[in-house]
Structures are given as C-alpha cells and as structure tokens.
Design a protein around this ligand. Structure first.
Ligand code: KE4
Length: 440
C-alpha cells in the first residue's frame, strides 16, 4: 500500500491543520491521546469515514482499528443507523424533556444485562463512572473506593490517582489540579493481585463503598482479570458490604451482547456486578453513556433518592436514536460470532507474522476487541505492560500507518474490529504488519 502523505497541492494538510489546531486548542486536540505524543509524528485529521476506513486531510485511506476508541462496532456510517439519526434530527436536536426513545434504549440495555434492572443515561463514560461512584458512596454511607493501577475510568478527580507509597495506603493525584484531599479515599491496588485484595479488605473493608474495575482492562491494551481474582473480588465485596462496579464503557456490547460480565458468568455461574458503567457502543458514536444496577440501588438517585445526578443532554434524542439503532443491529443473531471470528483472524495473522519475524509477541481478543504486546507473553498487570519497548512500538505504529493501517497511537490502548472489516482488510493488515515486523 503506497503511503500518500501529501494532498493534491503537495502540502501535508494534516501538518497544516495540526499547526492551526495547536494555536487554538491545547496540544491541537480535544483529547490528549489523539496528539500522537506517545508515538511522535503528526496526527491524522480525519476528513470522512465509511465502513472500516477513514480518509485523512491528504485524502489518504486507512483501515481503522480505533473506531472512535470503541463505539463504531458496525463500522463508520452503517446505513440503518444513519437513517435513524437523519430521521431523529428532523424532529429536533434536544428537548430537555423525557422521550419514548430513552425508554426504548433503557429497555434494550436491561434486556441484555441481567444485573441491570434500571439505568440512567448520561453523556460520557467519565460522567457515568463518576456518578456510579457517587451512588455507591451514597448507598453505603462510606467514602473509600478501590481502583486498580492501569485501569482508566474517565477523568473525574477521585479517579486520577496513582498507588500510594505502600500497600493499602491511599493514593496520590496523577494530575495537577486534583487536591490530595480528593484522592485520600482512593486505594490503588495491582490488577490481578488477590493477596493485595485480601489485605486491603482486611484493613479497610468496613469503610469501602465500592471496588471499580475494568473487567478486561482495555486501558492497559488488553489485560483480562483472572477468574480467581474476579471471583475473590466479588466475594470480598459481598462479605464487606462494598459494591462491585464494573466499568464496561469499553467492553460493554463490545466483547459480547452480555458484555464482560457475560464472559465471566460463563466461568462463574450467577456472577453479577452491583453497578455497571456503559458508554461507547451504546451511543453508536454519539455522546451517550449510562450506569445501571438493581432497582433498590438505582432508586437512591434523584429525583427519588438522596444521590444527586443530572445532565442537560442526558438521553439526547439524536444520541439515543444512534445508540438504539446500533444496539438493534448488534443484537441480530450471529453478529458476535462473525465479529469474534474476524477479530481472531486478525490476532492469529499478526501473531503468525510476528513469530515468523522472530519477534516477542503476545495477543488476545474477545468479541470485537483485541490487544497485542511486543512481549513474550500476555502481561497480567500494569507493571508488566510497561515493560514493553515503547520505541519499538512507535516504529511499529508508524510502519503500519505508512501502509494505511491505523492502530492506537499508544501501546496501552486496545484495538477494535467492526462488522465492516472484511477478510481482505484483515489480510491487508497482516501483510502490512509482516513488512513492518521484518524491519523492527
Ligand atoms: P469518556 O469520558 O472518554 O467517554 O469515557 C471514559 C472511560 C471510562 N471507562 C473506560 C473503561 C474507558 O476506556 C474510558 C475512555 N476510554 C478512552 C480510551 N482508552 C477514550 C479515548 C480518549 O480518552 O480520548
């Protein structure tokens, strides 16, 4: 695939746009990961996208394995979703009043997640995770929370925290502007570390409002919580009266129709979190997220209960049209079987190409989500992920990009396959990777 780095008049329009953007928008982007800081180079300014592809400002086409960081599970511009959105906008953009479609979307979500009896729609994953923690704290009357190193739950203050100096010591802010007071209730533990779980609950169990976790950590690229670890987390939360919060913003309706909790239920019959946080796929690319759980818990939310939560654009009629049409498409029989096969084809192809090149390489996937590491085996926690060779990853990233394959511009991000990715796209991706691996 010949790289085309220049527009019609020979100028690199991505660079021109990036220069203009950086004069007006911090870092030239509206979300940091888009700035290519981890891999260097110039971000691609997307001009349009369709199916498995986008075209950048130079008119160069890329096979897109980010898909807006997960939402575009049907690929870009799925016809029936586009029609639903076009119809919705003709009826108005936003009302700030209840609509039937919010009820229909809530029904669709509840239908597929047995642990969710009620759901509240919001506009971003950050808002959903933040609200879920407030609900857990309001419901339990407790302040402390547990999160895990390497898991990302949006940028609410209480969650921008790194591990304390020793085990079961409270966290320190990872961002300027977050007062130490705000994170002093947040315990940060090692993902998949059962011993630390036991110790933290032994020391603080009676003061814990919740444990929040990414069940498959897509913000460490792709790290699964082990079944024994997840089983123990569930048991300890139940034993100590803390709530188990599943952050499925990335995995929800991405790894399967029942989300990651459905995957764990296969190994742990009856397994269920107390609160589920959703986003990305349920909005189909529009600003829509949600959190839900048992009725008794959710009815503690305003206007019924004492836990306040609100939003001008919550349940926005255009966003709900996009999300509802998306969920109805992916709920079709066979959708996830076909998507999972396509993702496995990619992972197997990349693994074979890397082995052929003699590269340390480990990959994993579930449904339409995948991850890979330039490591000999799959890491189980953040420290192991960070042993990756970032310079080598950057060379891989740009080698693929030059060949029209767009993966995440950071080694700690997952990748996403859509139902629009064809076998030919997968083959072209593996061929490009084979060329790049040879030179790494
Ligand atoms: P948003 O506020 O970005 O909608 O969602 C926050 C969030 C919450 N929970 C999980 C598991 C998430 O992955 C995210 C957001 N994911 C990142 C990608 N790793 C979004 C990309 C970005 O920050 O630009």
């Amino acid at each position: 695939m010949t790289p085309n780095t220049e527009g019609a008049n020979g100028a690199d329009r991505n660079q021109q746009l990036f220069d203009r953007a950086r004069a007006l928008i911090p870092g030239g982007v509206n979300s940091p990961v888009r700035a290519f800081r981890a891999v260097g180079g110039t971000p691609r300014f997307v001009q349009r996208a369709q199916g498995a592809y986008f075209w950048d400002a130079n008119g160069s086409r890329c096979i897109d394995y980010i898909g807006s960081w997960g939402p575009m599970i049907l690929g870009h511009g799925p016809p029936r979703v586009v029609e639903a959105v076009q119809r919705a906008v003709l009826d108005g953009f936003s009302y700030g009043a209840p609509t039937e479609r919010e009820v229909e979307l809530a029904e669709e979500i509840v239908k597929h997640l047995p642990s969710v009896e009620m759901v509240r729609l919001v506009s971003s994953g950050t808002e959903a995770a933040m609200s879920a923690i407030r609900l857990a704290r309001g419901a339990t009357g407790r302040n402390h929370i547990i999160k895990f190193e390497g898991c990302y739950h949006g940028h609410a203050d209480a969650l921008l925290v790194k591990a304390g100096s020793g085990l079961a010591t409270f966290g320190h802010p990872t961002s300027a502007g977050v007062p130490a007071d705000v994170v002093k209730h947040t315990l940060v533990l090692e993902y998949n570390n059962i011993e630390q779980l036991e110790e933290a609950f032994a020391a603080h169990g009676g003061d814990l409002a919740c444990l929040i976790i990414e069940p498959i950590a897509g913000n460490m690229n792709f790290v699964r919580a082990s079944v024994p670890f997840m089983k123990r987390a569930r048991e300890l939360c139940t034993q100590h009266g803390a709530l188990l919060v599943f952050d499925e913003v990335m995995t929800g309706f991405r790894v399967g129709l029942g989300g990651a909790q459905g995957v764990y239920r296969q190994a742990l019959p009856g397994f269920a979190p107390d609160i589920t946080v959703l986003g990305k796929v349920i909005g189909g690319g529009m600003p829509l997220a949600a959190f839900g759980g048992p009725r008794a818990l959710m009815e503690k939310l305003a206007p019924l209960g004492p836990v306040y939560q609100a939003g001008t654009l919550s349940g926005n009629p255009v966003a709900t049209a996009c999300g509802l049409a998306t969920l109805r498409e992916i709920a079709q029989p066979g959708f996830y079987e076909a998507l999972g096969k396509r993702t496995q084809l990619l992972v197997d192809g990349l693994t074979g190409a890397a082995k052929q090149a003699g590269l340390p390489f480990a990959a994993d996937c579930e449904g339409g989500m995948f991850g890979f590491f330039l490591l000999p085996e799959l890491p189980q926690d953040y420290a192991a992920v960070m042993k990756s060779d970032t310079a080598k990853f950057a060379r891989l990233f740009h080698g693929l990009l030059d060949r029209g394959v767009y993966i995440a511009p950071a080694l700690y991000e997952a990748g996403f396959v859509s139902s629009a990715h064809s076998d030919e796209d997968i083959a072209a991706t593996v061929a490009a990777a084979r060329e790049v691996f040879a030179g790494l």
